[in-house]
Design a protein around this ligand. Sequence first.
Ligand SMILES: Cc1ncc(COP(=O)(O)O)c(C=O)c1O
Length: 485
Amino acid sequence: MEAILLSDLILPRLVPDSGESLQNQIAQCIQRCVLDGLLKVGHRMPSTRALASQLKVSRITVLRVYERLTSEGYLSASVGSGTYVADTFAQRGPRERPTPTATGISRRGAQIVSSTQGLVQLEGAFVPGVADISQFPFHVWQRLQNRYLRKEFNMLTGYGAGGGYMPLRRALASYLRISRGVQCEPEQVIITAGTHQSLDLCARMLTDHGGTAATEDPCHWGIPTVLRAAGLEVLACKLDDEGVVLDEATLAASPKLLVATPSHQYPSGTVMSLKRRTELLRLAHERDFWILEDDYDSEFHYDERPLPSLQGLDTHGRVLYMGTFSKVLYPGLRMSYVVVPPALADAFATSLAQLFRPGQITTHAAMADFITSGHFAAHVRTMRGVYAERRATLLDSFSRHLGRAATLSGGRAGLHLQCHFDPALDVGALVAEGAALKLSLRELQYYQIEAGQPNGLVLGYGGVPTEQINEKVALLAQCHERLMG
Ligand SMILES: Cc1ncc(COP(=O)(O)O)c(C=O)c1O
């Protein structure tokens, strides 16, 4: 489509005083056209220069839009030949996906649809948060599942009990006590279908509509979305070297919840100090709020033993501990858990059943066996070695190709590092240059709740084969060189 035609589609949809940035509005518009099939797979997008000139916006704005849509899987870029509508994203019929205006959905619905969206892309350098599944023992996993898909286990094919399959809750309680210092009995472990469901359940059970919830800024994109969808106002809390900071203004707004990632802050990578942990636990007790500890990737820790969970230090029963199998095994499994204080266990199990009618019991049963028979621990051990090697290779390649031009931090655990450059570098332009070389770079600002965070990159190394890391960093260094001279 010519720039002029695409701009005809976009311009009428731009609302100058909507409070939404032009960049977001243009991105959403193109996204809509892709989803509605107006822009077909393989379609060549106009050059950023041509589209910027038609839309009368800066070229950087369009570059960033293309970069964002590329990293979200809507567009793909190839060096020298331009940007195309990607075939990695399923296109849907024009009426299958509701738009806020077309279907009269609620304000809350519109907010959910328009909030920052997660990645669908699970490969490439350097997509954050991606686990490598090439070494997952699928043959074992398949055998364990098949075992329960036989007639004698037909009691596992109905609805699940609130809280999940008890043998899995037992296996997890024992694993979490040993490996993460979580204080728990099996009844406290509630099996959920992904961290968003854990968070949603906690928000519904512990807060009322119109309340406030605090979270780290920047943070995982889904946290503010789920909290707002539960009718909560989100308070963005700054971070320092010791972790999240709860200042007086935040406390004065009486949050009912604080969502935090103490073991490995997402995305900055900071590990919360013991002093800050103790302070937060004291505040939660004195000011009467709950802490939702999101421990999403600390199975992979490198330099030293990780600090045990925040929940393990809690003497007043104010912490709910959330974990997931998305990083340790794979995200499509949609299996996670939340460990709640004993006094909340029955209410949470009942409400999970009331709200979501859980199932997947055969998968729960296979997972219980996977853990108790030692396959889970063995897989974590293997992957810790693989990721440690990738992390070391990434650090080494950065120092070789970028030297002091880039500072990497936040890699004591998990699958990503944070990267900062000279403030004079336009990180958005770097991302756009990288996209043309098939590098998937994620800006730190993508995760911010309040604008104005220092910018940089979040570099995921989990899904990048070790032997490709050096070559990818060399490409990144070329882009950097082009922009900085
Ligand atoms: C901070 C954080 N928590 C949790 C998750 C995992 O979410 P889920 O269990 O829904 O896959 C992610 C995924 O990227 C994350 O970044």
